[in-house]
Design a protein around this ligand. Structure first.
Ligand code: KG4
Ligand code: ZN
Length: 351
């Protein structure tokens, strides 16, 4: 039987039973990751091989270096994920892979590996959008979480407010007009002379600084739920050029900057939650690891009786478990798309 026809039958069968063991692969940026997920909620294994040390000396991710490192790591990472899960490929019902957005060469490593595995093992292939995966990480951490909920997704490449609706569909309410929140942190960290990726290091310094040490701007955007960080970043760079940061401790500069980013994220998220009548707010993506953002969101949500779901840090930064969780929801809502003609979509495209 042709691969596509068999896949459609297999996916229908999974949907009928409501159960699936999914092998998921993620290579969109600088983490090579594979995981095995049962029924969209249970992590049987979650292996992440980070390339951060390889890129640190260049001060950012070098795409060609990333692709090569993915090629070297991907098979070992998948083998380990299968081993640790106690399953072998025969025990897997479907293979999921991030096909965008991300670095094209990096994405292609995951996509071609997933295609080869799917074809060789006659399993359906499910393509996943990276931001959808970040949102779905919350289903792994909160076993009773169900849509609808509001989600603030903040990563190195994206900043968006979305609504997760029934059937796993997401609706965009607003997004960044320029830099992503992670980029905003990383660039300010570079100004402070911190090594790549600077977000976590800046966060660490900020813990011991005064958030009111310097006044920094908050952007106004045309869309009520859009974000913009370039004005803040430029203001910070200008202060540094004028020597104004020299009088401050790095801790105070970091704390003031973090306060500005967190303020913009929190104010709009809470506004969207209140005007949309959401009862649950999810914060996902690598920047959800930020301690300042976590405590501010916890306080704001508690004050309003909103349920706040923030996955643990290892599910917030890039991983494949979240890809498996997203694939499960796509399969069960009849929206699984993939097949052997699947290509990388570096600009991202959510079907
Ligand atoms: O989601 P992620 O792992 O990769 C992307 O999809 O981009 O996010 C990585 C981003 C980087 O910009 C990193 O500096 C930032 O998340 N990040 C943080 C923290 N931990 C990671 N930013 C601020 N504070 C943190 N604690
Ligand atoms: Zn990510």
């Amino acid at each position: 039987m042709l691969y596509d026809a068999r896949s459609a039958i297999q996916l229908d069968e999974l949907r009928r039973t409501g159960r699936a063991v999914i092998l998921a692969i993620e290579t969109s940026c600088d983490e090579t990751a594979a995981a095995v997920i049962r029924d969209g909620r249970v992590i049987l294994s979650n292996v992440v091989s980070t390339q951060i040390p390889l890129h640190a000396r260049y001060g950012g991710v070098v795409p060609e270096v990333a692709s090569r490192a993915h090629v070297e790591a991907v098979n070992t990472v998948i083998d380990r994920a299968l081993d640790e899960s106690g399953a072998d490929l025969r025990g897997v019902d479907a293979i999921a892979v991030t096909n965008g957005p991300g670095l094209v060469g990096a994405l292609l490593v995951g996509v071609s590996t997933a295609k080869a595995l799917a074809f060789a093992s006659s399993k359906p292939l499910v393509a996943i959008h990276h931001m959808e995966a970040h949102i779905c990480a919350a289903y792994l951490a909160y076993s009773d979480l169900a849509p609808p909920f509001l989600c603030l997704t903040v990563s190195g490449g994206h900043t968006a407010l979305t609504e997760a609706t029934d059937g796993g569909v997401t609706r965009m309410l607003g997004q960044t007009l320029d830099d992503a929140a992670g980029e905003a942190f990383d660039k300010a960290a570079r100004v402070l002379g911190l090594p790549y990726p600077g977000g976590p290091a800046l966060d660490g310094l900020a813990e011991n600084g005064n958030p009111a040490a310097i006044a920094l701007p908050r952007a106004k955007t045309p869309g009520a739920y859009d974000f913009s960080f370039s004005g803040l970043k430029t203001a910070f760079i200008q202060l540094e050029r004028k020597g104004a940061l020299a009088d401050l401790s790095k801790e105070d500069a970091a704390a003031s900057y973090r306060e500005a980013v967190v303020d913009m994220l929190a104010v709009k998220t809470i506004r969207a939650a209140e005007s949309g009548g959401y009862r649950t707010v999810v914060v996902a993506g690598g920047v959800a690891a930020n301690k300042g953002l976590r405590s501010r969101m916890a306080a704001e949500c508690a004050a309003r009786g909103l349920r706040l779901c923030m996955p643990p840090i290892q599910l917030c930064t890039d991983n494949a478990a979240m890809v498996g969780a997203a694939a499960f929801r796509r399969i069960m809502s009849g929206r699984a798309a993939g097949g052997l003609t699947l290509n990388a979509e570096p600009a991202g495209y959510m079907a």
